[in-house]
Design a protein around this ligand. Sequence first.
Ligand code: BEZ
Length: 222
Amino acid sequence: MPGLTIGDTIPNLELDSTQGRIRIHDFIGPGDYVIIFSHPADFTPVCTTEMAAMAGYAKEFEKRGVKLLGISCDGVDSHKEWIKDIEAYKPGTKLTFPIMADPDRKAIKELNMVDPDEKDAQGVNLPSRTLHIVGPDKKVKLSFLYPACTGRNMDEVLRAVDSLLTAAKHEGKVNTPANWKPGESAVIGPSVSDEEARKLFPDGFETADLPSKKGYLRFTKV
Ligand code: BEZ
């Protein structure tokens, strides 16, 4: 059975965290986007670099109205000790977001964050490096699903957030092309006619001249 995926409502789980008990739906305040991201285990190399990197990007996410929520299968006391290592690894970094604890691994199953190949010493599956970007409507907008061997690129997480926010701001009338970065042109969605596009984008748009002459690849400033 496929697990949690884009378009699904994030389960309203209640878990202990480094900042007290968290009920996921309550954590997502009105208008908030939330990034829920898992790590295989505390005190492991890639996870430590990822957590430090995420802490370094926290202000950028906050500026965009995005809250961060980590989860790993170890307990809260372990997380709190691990945070000392994370902050020491990148001096000047403060880990300001909560890390939830999932010692019985029930939450990672419901959140589709189980790595089928990575197991702990007892043979129990560890979390993968999953990251769900959840919208204010509590639905999953975008997911990363990485194995333990591959640390995530926080620039790409931020870029994905900027893309989602741009599309949402324009009510789905624009999308962002390959390798897009904020400040670059977006593309006009296929459901928008040229006539509607002229009204929506007073500065106009440019249509790529392609062999099919279908005029579907239209760039506009956003
Ligand atoms: C790591 O963070 O380096 C790691 C964690 C679990 C399994 C493999 C690698």
